[in-house]
Structures are given as C-alpha cells and as structure tokens.
Design a protein around this ligand. Structure first.
Ligand SMILES: NC(=O)c1ccc[n+]([C@@H]2O[C@H](COP(=O)([O-])OP(=O)(O)OC[C@H]3O[C@@H](n4cnc5c(N)ncnc54)[C@H](OP(=O)(O)O)[C@@H]3O)[C@@H](O)[C@H]2O)c1
Length: 297
C-alpha cells in the first residue's frame, strides 16, 4: 500500500478506514472492531478516520476498547479525528439546535475527550469537521497551533472547507493545515470541476475523500450504465467494481486519499485492490460522464 507524507513524521496509508459507521454494527465488541482493524492492516491500511461525534459519540470509545486489548496495536495505526460539530443527541439534552463550535474552549474539551475515549496519548491528525460561520479564525488558529506545540496533536487539517475558509484559517496559523477532507467520488464529483481540488493541488496538499462509494448509494441508486462500466473494468482487471470506483479517485493527480467505510472486514482486501487498477484517460471521462449524465462540454 502506498504511503503519503502529510507532515513531518506523519504518513498515512493511501486508503484510509473510516469509523463513522462503527457503532451501527450489531456486534460492537472489541473483537469485532479488532477484526476490522486487522483486515485493514493485512491490506496495508494503517490510517483510521474518526470524529468525536461518530456513532452518537460512541465510535471513539469502541476503538479505544479494541486498542486496550492489544498493547501494540495503537503504534501500528495513524488516528485521524475531528472536532467542532455539536450534534443533537440525548447525551446533551439541553442543546436546542445542531450547530458548530470552533472556539478554543470547545476544541480543547473535544480533544481531551477524544484522547480519553480512545485511550491514546496523541491524535495523529485533528480536523476541524465543518466550516463554522461563527469561526473566529484568530482564536481557532491559535488553538490548533497550541495543540500541536503542546503535543496532544501531531498535525492539523480541516474537513468540508471551501478554499476561502481554508485560506482564512491558515492565515491565522503558524502550523500548516495538511489536508481538507471533502465528499468526493463518482456519486459526488463536484470537487473535480469547481476548483476545490485545484486549490489543494496548488498547495501540494493531498485531499481526503469521504464516502468515496457514495455511502453505499453507488450500489443502489447509481445510473445503470455507470454500474455496468465499473463491472466491465473490474472484470478486465480482476477486481470488484467497488475497487474500480476507488481507483477512479486514485487516478487524479491531486493524490486523493479515499476514506472507505464498509463495516464488513471481508470487503476490505477487495477495496484495497483499487491500488492495482489502471484507469486510462478515456475510461476516467467515461465514468465521469456516466456519473453526471453527460459528457464534458
Ligand atoms: N468529514 C466528513 O464530514 C465525513 C462525512 C461522512 C463520512 N466521513 C468519513 O468517511 C468514511 C466513509 O464514509 P462511508 O461509510 O459513507 O463510505 P463509503 O465507502 O462510500 O460507503 C460505505 C457504505 O457502503 C456500503 N456498501 C455497500 N456495498 C458495498 C461494497 N461492495 N463495498 C463497500 N461498501 C459497500 C457499506 O455497507 P457494508 O458496511 O455492509 O459494507 C457502507 O454502508 C466514514 O467512516 C467517515 O470516516 C467523513
């Protein structure tokens, strides 16, 4: 599995394993979580994507319980997590509306909570989960700088930021933001054409792509022709159609890191086969046309 250097001392596997859906599994045992992680490691996937809010704030603790069972496991992983979304949940009964909070106080509480839930000493990569219209970029930037300087976080980045949000926050920081994790894939191709990827490419920053298979919609609501084309390319190259959909992202020169989310360990190796797939230029545009419903102008 290819490795991507995001910051000094921090490399991620090219394909990242997301744990958004971890708490949805009827089997939430540490053994089941470890089976998912072991399947990732066997395929060369060492990087885990988390967030404080995933699984109604349960997902990080489920990972922590699995890490606690195997003293050597944490050192084999890079752990990405996020902060800033204040979800409506019975855990916070006084909260009246879903909102974002990128204040220094909230970020500090969130990071301490993430470290405690996962039982780890340091977060490898902390992302601000969503652009917050009330973000005070000077305050948020200083909070992120302080976390890196203090060692609780190795590197920082953002998620779902538009280029101007990214530039604003970076302007108030000493530490470089190392990525933007955005929705990207055949079911969400906008970033290829609206400048979001170009913005990151100009800065030499590899994007992370969330829900690269459309969160499963690729298998249920994708245009019939798209699915047939993915299967055709997969059959030609001896891989699953899903691996071809990931390879479509890998083909882009921005160096995209897809964040996969299957809860089935047995699917992980087949998805990692994406690394072996060759997508030529015409096939890339063919898949884009089938995804968007029209050829490029
Ligand atoms: N930054 C953000 O705002 C943000 C937002 C959303 C997600 N994320 C991150 O992105 C990660 C991935 O998101 P995602 O789960 O939506 O990713 P995804 O890989 O696009 O979709 C995974 C879903 O597709 C289903 N699926 C159906 N057939 C499949 C097949 N043949 N192969 C693989 N999956 C298949 C999976 O079901 P099975 O489990 O049954 O395989 C699962 O429910 C999350 O875990 C999270 O870390 C970030």
């Amino acid at each position: 599995m290819e490795r991507v250097e995001l910051a000094e001392g921090l490399t991620l596997s090219r394909i990242v394993y997301g744990m958004w859906r971890l708490a949805e599994d009827p089997d939430r045992s540490p053994a089941r979580v470890r089976a998912k992680i072991e399947a990732c490691l066997a395929a060369g996937i060492t990087s885990i994507d988390q967030a404080d809010v995933y699984g109604d704030h349960e997902s990080q603790a489920l990972l922590g319980a699995a890490l606690a069972e195997d003293a050597g496991l944490r050192a084999r992983l890079e752990i990405v997590t996020k902060c800033g979304v204040m979800a409506m949940t019975p855990r916070f009964p006084l909260r009246r509306v879903k909102h974002y909070d990128t204040s220094a106080g909230h970020i500090a509480v969130s990071v301490d909570g993430s470290l405690a839930a996962m039982g780890i000493e340091q977060i490898d990569l902390l992302l601000v989960h969503r652009p917050d219209p009330l973000m005070d970029h000077m305050e948020t930037g200083r909070a992120l700088d302080d976390l890196v300087a203090g060692g609780k976080v190795r590197a920082v980045g953002v998620s779902n930021f538009r280029p101007h949000d990214f530039a604003l926050l970076q302007s108030a920081m000493e530490t470089p933001l190392v990525t933007n994790q955005i929705e990207l894939g055949l079911m969400a191709p906008a970033g290829f054409l609206n400048g979001e990827l170009a913005f990151l490419q100009e800065r030499g920053l590899p994007p992370m792509a969330w829900s690269p298979l459309g969160g499963g919609r690729l298998f249920s609501t994708a245009p019939v022709g798209l699915w047939a084309a993915l299967r055709r390319v997969g059959a030609e190259q001896g891989v699953d159609a899903a691996a071809v959909a990931l390879a479509w992202l890998l083909r882009h020169p921005a160096g995209i890191l897809p964040v996969i989310g299957t809860g089935r360990p047995e699917r992980i190796a087949g998805l990692a086969d994406a690394m072996t797939v060759q997508i030529d230029r015409e096939t890339w545009f063919e898949l884009l046309a089938l995804a968007t419903g029209s050829e490029v102008a």
